[in-house]
Design a protein around this ligand. Structure first.
Ligand code: UDX
Length: 439
């Protein structure tokens, strides 16, 4: 099938390359010319395991190209809208200007019989509004909503082997056409027996925000338990293990620590609250405000803990920060808890040396006042405390004995409960983690 993918950021670029991998003839439309050129040259504009290989394969097959020009989307049977929906400045609501601009521009080339498929995360009600716009301007063109659930670090796997397909479609024959077309696009995924939920626009839009709200709530739940553990001397890791054995609860997303960040969870729960307010249903989501608060308190507590282990003052202390991306296997520092803590420590008078296996260039651009170094060893030189804030594999596997030779004081704060506590303590380190007893 001829497919266009409009907006080649994280979601769009991976989606475009994956659609080509599935055998479709794909054009990715990206208005940012340098980004389009980078993608055309087979270079990933972001760190994502397996993506550059997929991109290279798809380009070499001749089934994938990128262009800044919307005219190139003309003639595609399916147009995926994958542009970003960031948080509005100074407000909780989602900023829909890119979705609107992309749709307006697509309408100039859209033809009757073609299918527009929204994948961006949008406030409930957006699809119905866009559907009117599409059918008003191009009678015979149809709109569907098909949310994407990819996780950074697993984006390729999640796109090629999703755990479910959700189609939001209109009622009647247009809906049948949309469903049949999407089934054709995803034929191999459908054939593999992937569960499908075929529903209306509003439900499809809400599936995404509800899923992310649930995940955020689960993380904040365990972090609230960590606060209680700190007050009582209980151990949050053992608590998570114990409740996680109940398969109604499950152990996933119960890792206490610095909490969630990134380009999705924080902004999605806020946009969801804002939309609920507009709909007069704000009470239903007031708990998400608390989820957000618990999450933010973890960052403050981490800074407090660092001050505590540094004998009550951060001024002039050398602190090594390991990790700055919002999670491992990503160079994304959007709303990164790690970077937030690093910046706070620096602002409170510490001399922070930060290192991240993938995000160093991004840190230098957004936080020039932080000293960014190339390795954990360099960061830890003569450090008064070492903070593990993003659980990259190479940090989890550090040898506490050798690492202990580099620092001034063997104090480690494990912000992600990722280190082998016994091994670090055996090597003479004082080990501290949120929600866990001091040694
Ligand atoms: C998330 C959703 O998982 C994905 O389905 C959706 O499409 C986009 O948003 P992503 O932002 O890539 O994906 O990250 P995710 O793996 O969900 O992690 C989010 C944050 O939660 C990270 O900062 C991570 O460190 C944190 N986290 C995760 C915890 O603090 N504890 C956990 O137990 C799990």
């Amino acid at each position: 099938m001829r497919i266009s993918v409009i907006g080649c950021g994280y979601l769009g670029a991976v989606h475009a390359a994956s659609m080509a991998e599935l055998g479709h003839d794909v054009v990715g439309i990206e208005v940012d010319v340098p980004k389009a050129q980078l993608l055309s040259a087979g270079k990933a504009p972001f760190h994502e395991p397996g993506f550059e290989e997929l991109l290279g394969r798809s380009l070499a097959s001749g089934r994938l190209r990128f262009s800044p020009d919307m005219a190139e989307a003309a003639g595609s049977a399916v147009h995926f809208v994958c542009v970003g929906t960031p948080q509005k400045r100074g407000e909780y609501a989602a900023d829909l200007r890119y979705v609107e601009a992309a749709t307006e521009s697509l309408l100039q080339v859209l033809q009757p019989g073609e299918l527009v498929v929204g994948k961006s995360t949008v406030p409930v009600g957006t699809a119905a509004r866009l559907a009117e716009l599409v059918s008003g301007k191009v009678p015979g063109a149809i709109l569907a909503w098909n949310p994407e659930f990819l996780r950074e670090g697993f984006a390729v796997q999640d796109t090629l082997h999703p755990d479910r397909l959700v189609y939001g479609i209109p009622a009647g024959p247009d809906g049948d056409t949309a469903q049949a077309t999407l089934d054709e696009v995803y034929a191999s995924i459908v054939d593999a027996g992937t569960p499908q939920v075929v529903t209306d626009y509003a439900t499809a839009e809400m599936v995404k925000t509800a899923a992310n709200s649930f995940l955020a709530t689960k993380i904040s739940f365990i972090n609230a338990m960590a606060e209680l553990c700190e007050a009582t001397g209980a151990d949050v890791k053992q608590l998570a293990d114990a409740i996680g054995h109940d398969d109604r609860i499950g152990r996933k997303f119960l890792n206490a620590g610095l909490g969630f960040g990134g380009g999705c969870l924080p902004k999605d729960i806020r946009a969801f609250m804002a939309r609920a307010g507009e709909l007069g249903a704000d009470q239903a989501l007031t708990f998400l405000r608390e989820v957000d608060n618990i999450n933010m308190r973890r960052r403050i507590r981490m800074v407090d803990l660092a001050r505590e282990v540094c004998d009550g003052s951060l001024v002039g202390k050398r602190i090594a920060v390991l990790g700055a991306a919002f999670k491992p296997d990503s160079d994304d520092i959007r709303d990164s808890p790690a970077l937030n803590v690093a910046a706070q420590l620096q602002l409170q008078g510490a001399s922070v040396q930060v290192t991240d296996p993938a995000a160093n260039e991004n840190i230098k651009r957004s936080w020039p006042q932080l000293l960014v170094v190339d390795s954990a060893e360099e960061a830890a030189e003569r450090a008064d405390a070492v903070l593990l804030l993003t659980e990259w594999k190479q940090f989890r596997e550090l040898d506490p004995v050798a690492f202990g030779q580099i620092v001034a004081k063997k104090r480690v704060l494990d912000g992600r409960q990722a280190l082998d506590r016994d091994a670090w303590e055996a090597a003479g380190w004082s080990y501290r983690a949120l929600g866990r007893r001091a040694g």
